[in-house]
Design a protein around this ligand. Structure first.
Ligand SMILES: Nc1ncnc2c1ncn2[C@@H]1O[C@H](COP(=O)(O)OP(=O)(O)O)[C@@H](O)[C@H]1O
Ligand SMILES: Cc1cn([C@H]2C[C@H](O)[C@@H](COP(=O)(O)OP(=O)(O)O)O2)c(=O)[nH]c1=O
Length: 210
């Protein structure tokens, strides 16, 4: 169960992960509606971002070149604020907090993709949220050619989305490694399925958590 430092957090924390174009954003709305229809109060948020300061950090992170360690630290700075202002207060009230990305994304992108030592990431995680982990992490998994086709069809690419295929292979590999390491909280969704098929799978997963 999700625990704060000494306080019981009554709500549930669900994170959405996957390489860019895997379909996370598409499914967050569905999950929010599914839970609201069952009487839950839902807070939907995202990282980097989710707070006024976090959104300013997001702008920098997505558009400015910076040292890899600066990037990792700013991701966690945004996260620290997000936990303090949105995630823990929401969970303490008994809300269901949905976050489009959380710490698994830092492992996938800054460690897997860019090569920052995993031990540094683990140190940041232990510092910033020693007592908080998602109750459920939905990993939307697709081969990167599929993700790329979906992105190219829809939007102008940011700093991360302009990376080369090898970068996303490494991110995807790190996500799958994390899923194997923490099978209790991860559910891997094959995102090459149709949107309705994915929604049917999500409904079953969520029913178990209610
Ligand atoms: N299962 C799917 N099948 C076909 N297209 C999809 C599927 N999931 C998402 N898409 C489309 O792919 C694009 C990227 O999806 P999005 O949810 O924005 O990805 P992410 O948030 O993971 O970057 C969108 O245009 C979306 O409509
Ligand atoms: C939370 C997080 C995101 N990111 C990256 C992944 C994404 O490319 C980018 C923004 O994430 P996201 O909001 O998923 O972008 P979009 O809505 O455009 O799909 O930030 C990291 O590199 N590390 C992190 O810790």
């Amino acid at each position: 169960m999700t625990q704060g430092a000494g306080i019981k957090l009554k709500g549930k924390f669900i994170t959405f992960e996957g390489i860019d174009g895997a379909g996370k954003s598409t499914h967050i709305g569905f999950v929010a509606e599914f839970l609201a229809a069952r009487g839950k109060t839902v807070v939907s948020s995202r990282e980097p971002g989710g707070t006024p300061l976090g959104e300013k950090l997001r702008e920098l992170l997505l558009h400015e070149k910076m040292h890899l360690e600066t990037e990792a630290l700013l991701m966690f700075a945004s996260r620290r604020e997000h936990i303090a202002q949105v995630i823990e207060p929401g969970l303490a009230r008994g809300d269901w907090v949905l976050s489009d990305r959380f710490t698994d994304a830092s492992f996938a992108y800054q460690s897997g993709g860019r090569g920052l030592e995993r031990a540094k990431m683990e140190a940041l995680e232990a510092w910033v949220h020693p007592h908080l982990q998602p109750d459920l992490t939905l990993l939307f998994d697709v081969p990167l050619e599929v993700a790329r086709e979906r992105l190219d069809a829809t939007r102008t690419l940011d700093k991360f989305e302009r990376e080369q295929a090898a970068f996303f292979e490494k991110c995807r590999g790190e996500y799958l490694r994390r899923a194997a390491q923490f099978p209790g909280r991860f559910v891997v969704i094959d995102s090459t399925q149709t949107i309705p098929a994915i929604q049917a799978q999500l409904s079953k997963v969520l029913e178990k958590l209610l």
